[in-house]
Design a protein. Structure first.
Length: 99
């Protein structure tokens, strides 16, 4: 099993789409300062504890600050059968609207 990486600006296609969950892996403080529309905040340190709540039928789009943490999270979650895309370059590479 593997996961894909996507360009930061390609994530705009997935905003508010059915059966897609965009997950911001940064700390809550960074999430509150600005995040991709429709993204939920599950800090990386809490991901393992919260993973049982994630729907395996959904596409999970993961992002962090620069892209390294989302790659680690993708490797962790793919072992459990989740369909994952990791956003290359993190939120620093994203040039779309933030909320």
């Amino acid at each position: 099993m593997s996961f894909e990486t996507i360009k930061a600006n390609d994530v705009s296609y997935y905003i508010d789409r059915p059966n897609v969950l965009i997950i911001d892996l940064r700390d809550k403080e960074d999430y509150v300062k600005g995040h991709i529309p429709s993204a939920v905040n599950i800090p990386y340190d809490n991901l393992e504890h919260e993973s049982h709540r994630l729907n395996k039928n959904y596409l999970l789009i993961l992002y962090c600050d620069r892209g390294h943490i989302s790659l680690m999270a993708a490797r962790d979650l793919m072992k459990y059968g989740y369909h994952i895309k990791s956003m290359y370059g993190g939120i620093r590479a994203y040039h779309g609207k933030l909320v």
